[in-house]
Design a protein around this ligand. Structure first.
Ligand SMILES: NC(=O)c1ccc[n+]([C@@H]2O[C@H](COP(=O)([O-])OP(=O)(O)OC[C@H]3O[C@@H](n4cnc5c(N)ncnc54)[C@H](OP(=O)(O)O)[C@@H]3O)[C@@H](O)[C@H]2O)c1
Length: 338
């Protein structure tokens, strides 16, 4: 059955300017790290993609290694893109990344120009795209000069294979250096993609080398910020408060860094139970409050969620209807998280 996008798709979503760039991103973006691999149901993830786009989510985030197996999320996204989304390409912001292991030998991971250029060529083929909107260096490489990795990003933009570039998982000091190099090259960094949630606060911590935290560094450089794993992979929802549902990320025992039973310690679950009470008082689900709590900071351009169903994604999208917190609520949340 062919897909036609909802005419009202831009009615409710909010858009935020990405740093000082010309690009606006939706407050909620959809990531394809999990739920779009070989073992997932294409009927479900196709519906999730339609629901995203029908509700104003214009930004879809991928990486070379998403699956499982690595590469499969791009292939699966590419199939649906070809069947359903080609007419909407100019309304979509599609990103991919390279940094983690993809193929054997010295050029299959990290940050050399050889790897970054080859990997993007492979990603474009898998997705059936002429270009991506954003290309990221996925993680800092301790052994490649930062100048080389950034020159590769600049080259890729000049070749027309990406419109913008970003970095992910870079600490504040290396981010500041990367932003300066990219600025000098004439390809300003669009965006940083760090992990950030109520349970993962590293972006707020001072980096001694620059005496600033990451949020301050991106803000000062006019770079946007899209935060990943905002629900701590599902931990910041009510789903694990009464056991482990079989169809959950933990229940499905997924590989490659997905949340496992070890992440569900009693101390964290007690905190989530207490946070869930505050969410209920705000007439939100726990997931919605966790997303809203990130969006209260205007330096956060977009919150990058995952979703294993369309219904879940709709629930997350509705978080944008209440992103204001009273100081009493914020204090109560901090007391629980301490
Ligand atoms: N740059 C990087 O290094 C990096 C690393 C990781 C992720 N990312 C990006 O960030 C994206 C999101 O990461 P993530 O999947 O870890 O994010 P997340 O939003 O923290 O977790 C998503 C999971 O939470 C559950 N969930 C989502 N919405 C829910 C809701 N409304 N109510 C109840 N449960 C809900 C689902 O788990 P169940 O399966 O249990 O239903 C879903 O698969 C990735 O797809 C990727 O694009 C980037």
């Amino acid at each position: 059955m062919s897909y036609t996008a909802n005419d009202n798709r831009y009615k409710n979503m909010q858009y935020r300017r990405c740093g000082k760039s010309g690009l606006q991103l939706p407050a909620i973006s959809l990531g394809l790290w999990q739920n779009f691999g070989d073992t997932d149901d294409s009927t479900i993830y196709r519906k999730t993609l339609h629901t995203a786009f029908d509700n104003g989510i214009t930004h879809f985030d991928l990486a070379n290694n998403y699956g499982p197996p690595g590469g499969e999320a791009e292939i699966n996204f590419g199939k649906i893109y070809k069947e359903d989304f080609i007419p909407y390409r100019d309304e979509m912001i599609i990103s991919t990344k390279a940094g983690y292991y993809m193929w054997p030998g010295p050029y299959g991971e990290w940050g050399s120009k050889k790897y970054l250029v080859s990997s993007l060529d492979q990603s474009l083929k898998r997705m059936g795209l002429d270009y991506v909107d954003i290309y990221y260096h996925h993680r800092p490489d301790p052994n490649t000069p930062l100048e080389e990795s950034m020159a590769a990003l600049d080259l890729i933009v000049r070749q027309g294979k990406a419109l913008y570039v970003g970095i992910s998982n870079y600490p504040a000091d290396q981010s500041a250096k990367a932003f300066e190099i990219l600025q000098q090259l004439g390809t300003p960094c669009l965006i940083h993609q760090p992990k950030y949630s109520m349970l993962e606060r590293w972006v707020e911590k001072n980096n001694e080398a620059v005496n600033k935290n990451l949020l301050q560094v991106v803000d000062e450089h006019g770079v946007g910020c899209i935060v990943f794993s905002p629900l701590a992979q599902g931990l910041l929802t009510d789903k694990y408060l009464k056991g482990i549902p079989a169809d959950s990320r933990v229940g499905r025992k997924l590989p490659n860094g997905a949340l496992t039973e070890n992440g569900l310690d009693g101390n964290v679950l007690n905190k989530v139970a207490a946070l869930n009470n505050i969410a209920q008082q705000r007439n939100q689900t726990m997931a919605q409050m966790a997303i809203a709590w990130l969006l209260k900071d205007t330096r956060v351009t977009s919150v990058l969620v995952g979703a294993s169903s369309a219904a879940q994604l709709l629930n997350s999208i509705n978080s944008i209807n209440n992103i204001d917190f009273s100081s009493e609520e914020l204090d109560a949340i901090e007391t629980i998280l301490k």
